[in-house]
Write a protein that binds this ligand. Structure first.
Ligand SMILES: C[S@@+](CC[C@H](N)C(=O)[O-])C[C@H]1O[C@@H](n2cnc3c(N)ncnc32)[C@H](O)[C@@H]1O
Length: 387
C-alpha cells in the first residue's frame, strides 16, 4: 500500500504541472512537519546553516560536477582524488550530503547523483548559491543582533540595515560591493545574468515586436537601467537582429566596465539617482532594481527618470508583485533578504501603485510570467498626465 502510494507520488512529481507540484510540495511539507518530534524540529532548524555550508564546500571542490558527470555510483576514494579532498574528509562530507538528500548513497562508500545533484550542477545556480552564502549570508546572520539594537521596526535606510553591521561599514551594499573579492563580484554578476524568472525571458511575456513602432538608427529603443552585465540588451539584440535604433545598458562603473560586449549594445555609466541623460527612449527597463530600494529612494530614482520620458516612452518594471495573502516562502524570504541587505522590500500591487502614484506614474498593464508562483510581472508604466 505504502509502496504503491510512493510510486504514484514519484510519477506525479514527473508528470504534474508547476502549480500542482507546488501544491503537493506544500502538502508534503505540512505532512513532514506533522511527523516531526519537537527534537526533530529543532534539529531541522539548527542544521540549516550547516547544510548550506556543506553544499557551498561541495561546489568549491566540484563534487556535484563529478557526480553529475558519472552514470554509475562512484567510490569515496575516486571522488576524493578527483576533487582534491583527503579520503576520510571526503567520506564525512559525502555522507552528510547524502543524509540531507543532495546525493544518493546506493551502497556503503558509494555515491551517485540524484535530481538535486544535477540541479546544483549548473554554473548559474552555483553562482546564486555562492552569492547568497558568501555575500548575503553575513547580512542575514546579522539580522537578530541588528533588530535587537535598532528595535523591531523596518531598517531606516540602505546605509543602516543588517548589511552594515555584518560588514562593519557605513556604505550601502552597492557602494561596498566593489570592495568585495573579484570572486564574489563575479558570482553576483553570473547569478544576475543567468537568472530569469522561472527560466523564462521577459520577452516571453512582453509582446515586444507588437509594441515597438518603426524606429530609425538614432532613436533610442531600449535603456536597461541598472542592467548589470547588459544581458537583457544582448538578449534583445539576438531576438530582434533587424531592430533599428539604440540599445543601451546603464549601471554603476564596475558592472559597466565588466559588461558583455555585443554589437549594437552601448554601455553607459549612469547613477540612476541622477537625472536620466537619455531622452525619449521607447522603453526604460528596470528589472530587480527597485526592490533594492526603499519607497523614498524609488521615488527619487523614478523622479529623475520621468522628465526624460516623451509621449511614447514607457517604463517596464520587471519585478515580483506579491499577493496580499499566503505569500510563497521564497518570495517572503526574498523580501526579508532585501531588508537585510538594502533596507528595502518586495511589494504588493497596492504598494507598487502607491509608490508610483507619488511620482505621477501609473501602471498601464501587468503581464505575469507563468511559473512556480507567478509573482514575477512585467508592469508597463506611463506618466499619469497622459490620461
Ligand atoms: C539586483 S541587480 C539587477 C541587475 C539587472 N537589472 C538584472 O535583472 O539582472 C541591481 C543592479 O542595480 C545596479 N545599481 C545599484 N545602484 C545603482 C545606481 N545608483 N545607479 C544605477 N544602477 C545601480 C547594481 O549595480 C546592479 O547591477
Amino acid at each position: 500500500m505504502m509502496e504503491q502510494t510512493l510510486e504514484q507520488l514519484r510519477q506525479f512529481a514527473v508528470d504534474a504541472d508547476t502549480a500542482s507540484k507546488r501544491n503537493l510540495s506544500l502538502a508534503l511539507r505540512e505532512f513532514s512537519y506533522a511527523l516531526e518530534s519537537p527534537e526533530d524540529t529543532t534539529a531541522r532548524i539548527t542544521s540549516y546553516i550547516l547544510e548550506a555550508a556543506v553544499v557551498r564546500t561541495g561546489i568549491d571542490v566540484k563534487l556535484f560536477k563529478c557526480l553529475a558527470n558519472s552514470e554509475t555510483p562512484l567510490r569515496v576514494e575516486d571522488l576524493a582524488s578527483e576533487s582534491g579532498m583527503e579520503a576520510d574528509f571526503a567520506g564525512r562530507y559525502l555522507r552528510c550530503l547524502a543524509s540531507f538528500g543532495y546525493i544518493d548513497e546506493p551502497s556503503s562508500n558509494m555515491f551517485v547523483a540524484n535530481n538535486v545533484t544535477k540541479a546544483i550542477d549548473d554554473p548559474g545556480r552555483q553562482a546564486e548559491i555562492i552569492h547568497y552564502f558568501d555575500t548575503v549570508g553575513p547580512a542575514i546572520c546579522a539580522m537578530p543582533e541588528f533588530h535587537r539594537i535598532h528595535g523591531y521596526t523596518n531598517p531606516p535606510s540602505a546605509t543602516n540595515c543588517p548589511f552594515q553591521l555584518a560588514y562593519q561599514t557605513s556604505k550601502s551594499a552597492f557602494e561596498f560591493m566593489p570592495e568585495l573579492s573579484q570572486y564574489r563580484l563575479d558570482a553576483f554578476h553570473t547569478y544576475m545574468s543567468t537568472r530569469t524568472a522561472n527560466a523564462k525571458s521577459w520577452l516571453s511575456v512582453y509582446p515586444f515586436a507588437q509594441e515597438i513602432d518603426e524606429s530609425g538608427p538614432s532613436d533610442v529603443v531600449f535603456v536597461d537601467v541598472g542592467g548589470g552585465a547588459g544581458h537583457q540588451c544582448v538578449e534583445l539584440r539576438k531576438a530582434f537582429p533587424e531592430l533599428q535604433g539604440r540599445v543601451i545598458v546603464q549601471d554603476l562603473e564596475y558592472p559597466i566596465n565588466k559588461r558583455l560586449q555585443h554589437p549594437g549594445v552601448e554601455g553607459m555609466v549612469h547613477d540612476a539617482f541622477k537625472k536620466q541623460p537619455v531622452k525619449g527612449a521607447r522603453f526604460y527597463y528596470l528589472r530587480a532594481v527597485l526592490h533594492d530600494w526603499s519607497d523614498e529612494a524609488c521615488v527619487s530614482m523614478l523622479s529623475n527618470l520621468k522628465p526624460a520620458m516623451d509621449l511614447q516612452s514607457r517604463i517596464l518594471i520587471d519585478e515580483q508583485v506579491l499577493p496580499d495573502q499566503s505569500v510563497d516562502r521564497i518570495a517572503a524570504g526574498m523580501d526579508l533578504t532585501m531588508m537585510a541587505c538594502f533596507g528595502s522590500k518586495e511589494r504588493t500591487e497596492s504598494q507598487w501603485k502607491n509608490m508610483l502614484d507619488d511620482v505621477g506614474l501609473l501602471i498601464e498593464r501587468q503581464r505575469r510570467y507563468e511559473g512556480r508562483v507567478g509573482y514575477e510581472t512585467v508592469m508597463t508604466v506611463r506618466k499619469k498626465e497622459l490620461s
